[in-house]
Write a protein that binds this ligand. Structure first.
Ligand SMILES: Nc1ncnc2c1ncn2[C@@H]1O[C@H](COP(=O)(O)OP(=O)(O)OP(=O)(O)O)[C@@H](O)[C@H]1O
Ligand SMILES: [Mg+2]
Length: 348
C-alpha cells in the first residue's frame, strides 16, 4: 500500500502563559514526538484515553492547529496526476490554497452544531468550502449542493433551512456533505458518531464506509470507542499521553495486543474474546498530566509490569511483524504473563 500522509517526529506543545508579563511558564505536551504513516484508501483508527492527544493529531494534520515541530508529509497528486511529497507544517493557509491542498484535507467533528454557523442557511454552509476552490454560477452551485446532499442521504429540499432545524444524525450528514464538498483525499473523523444514539450511529458509520468505497478517500477515525473502531477501521494506532504506543492491523490488535496499555484497554471492553478469559487488567489512577509527563516510559506509573528501567529509559516505536510497537522493556515478561493470565501467546 502507498503512503498518503507521514507524520515524522511531530510535536504540538500548547504554551501556558503566566506572570505579570504573560510569558510562557510551561507547555501542555499534547503531541510529543509522533511517528505515524497513513496509507492511501485505508481507515486508520486512533484510540486512547481522553486527553491523550487524538484530536490534536487530527487538527495538526488538517492545519487547524500549527504543529510545534516535526513534519507532516502529504503525498499530493496534482491535476495532471503528477505526485509530489509536500511537508505541510511550514505552509501558510494561503500557500495551502495556492498549491491546491487546502480542500484535500478535511475534518468532521463530534458535535456539528458547534462547527456550523447557526445563522447560515444550509446551502451557504456547504457552498463555503466550494467557493474557496472554484467560482461556480449560482445554478451550478445549487445543483452541486443538491448532489452532495443526495450523496449523504438528504434531499435537495433542505437547501433553505438552518442547522437547528435538523436532527443530530442529519446534522452529522450535513457536516459530512460539507467535508466531501471539496473532493478531499483525506478526512479526519473526530468521534463523528459519539453524540448520536446507537441506531443513528450505525447509519452514519455505514454512510462513511460507503462514501469511502465510492470516493476512494482515506480516513483517520478518532475515537475512544474500541468496538466502533473495530467495525470501521482496517488498522488501529493506540495513543497514550502524546505518544503512539502500538500500531497494528485491527484483527491482530484485538487478537494479539502486544503493549500493556493496549492490553488494558481491550480487557476493559465487555463482549470481546479477551473478556471471556478469566482476568482483566485494571488500570489504576488517571492519565498523568501532559504538563509534566512522567520520565522514561510514559505509561510506567500505571503499568502493572513496570520495572526500574521503565522509569528512566524512553522506549522507541519499532517495527514488529505487521505493525509497530513501543519497544516495551519487558516484552518477553509481558508475553509470559499474558500467556499465564489470559491463556494466549503473543505471536506478532
Ligand atoms: N487549544 C488548546 N490549548 C491548550 N491545551 C490544549 C488545547 N487543545 C487541547 N489541549 C490539551 O492537549 C491535550 C490533548 O488534547 P486532545 O483534545 O488532543 O485530547 P483527545 O485525545 O482528543 O481527548 P478526548 O478523547 O477527550 O477528545 C489535553 O491535555 C488538552 O487539555
Ligand atoms: Mg478529542
Amino acid at each position: 500500500m502507498e503512503k498518503l500522509i507521514e507524520l515524522k517526529n511531530l510535536y504540538k506543545h500548547y504554551p501556558i502563559l503566566g506572570g505579570i508579563l504573560r510569558h510562557q511558564i510551561n507547555a501542555v505536551k499534547a503531541l510529543d514526538g509522533i511517528d505515524l504513516d497513513i496509507m492511501k484508501g485505508e481507515c486508520l483508527g486512533l484510540v486512547g484515553e481522553s486527553g491523550c492527544g487524538k484530536t490534536t493529531t487530527g487538527k495538526a494534520i488538517v492545519k487547524l492547529h500549527e504543529a510545534t515541530k516535526g513534519e507532516i508529509l502529504f503525498h499530493n497528486k496534482n491535476k495532471a496526476g503528477k505526485e509530489s511529497v509536500i511537508d505541510v507544517v511550514p505552509l501558510t493557509n494561503r500557500k495551502m490554497k495556492q498549491k491546491g491542498i487546502r480542500g484535500k484535507l478535511q475534518m468532521v467533528f463530534q458535535d456539528p452544531t458547534t462547527s456550523m454557523n447557526p445563522r447560515m442557511l444550509i446551502k451557504n454552509i456547504i457552498a463555503e468550502p466550494i467557493n474557496e476552490q472554484v467560482k461556480l454560477s449560482s445554478r451550478e452551485m445549487e445543483s452541486r449542493i443538491k448532489k452532495l446532499l443526495d450523496t449523504v442521504g438528504l434531499g435537495g429540499q433542505h437547501l433553505l433551512r438552518y442547522p437547528h432545524e435538523f436532527s443530530g444524525g442529519q446534522r452529522q450528514r450535513l457536516a459530512i456533505a460539507r467535508a466531501i464538498a471539496t473532493n478531499p483525499d483525506f478526512i479526519v473523523l473526530d468521534e463523528p458518531t459519539s453524540a448520536l444514539d446507537v441506531s443513528v450511529q450505525a447509519q452514519i458509520l455505514n454512510l462513511l464506509k460507503e462514501l469511502q468505497d465510492k470516493l476512494g478517500m482515506t480516513y483517520l477515525f478518532v475515537t475512544h470507542h474500541l468496538l466502533v473502531v473495530k467495525y470501521i477501521s482496517s488498522r488501529i494506532a493506540v495513543m497514550y499521553l502524546g505518544k503512539i504506543v502500538e500500531v497494528a492491523q485491527t484483527k491482530d490488535l484485538f487478537e494479539n495486543p502486544m503493549h500493556p496499555y493496549t492490553l488494558a484497554l481491550l480487557s476493559a471492553i465487555p463482549n470481546t474474546n479477551i473478556d471471556k478469559r478469566s482476568k482483566r487488567i485494571v488500570l489504576e489512577g488517571d492519565v498523568p498530566s501532559p504538563l509534566n509527563p512522567p520520565a522514561g516510559c510514559r505509561f510506567h506509573p500505571r503499568c502493572p509490569f513496570a520495572i526500574d528501567r521503565c522509569r528512566t529509559e524512553i522506549p522507541k516505536l519499532e517495527d514488529v511483524g505487521n505493525g509497530q510497537l513501543t519497544a516495551c522493556h519487558r516484552k518477553e515478561d509481558v508475553a509470559k504473563l499474558v500467556k499465564d493470565t489470559f491463556g494466549f501467546s503473543m505471536k506478532r
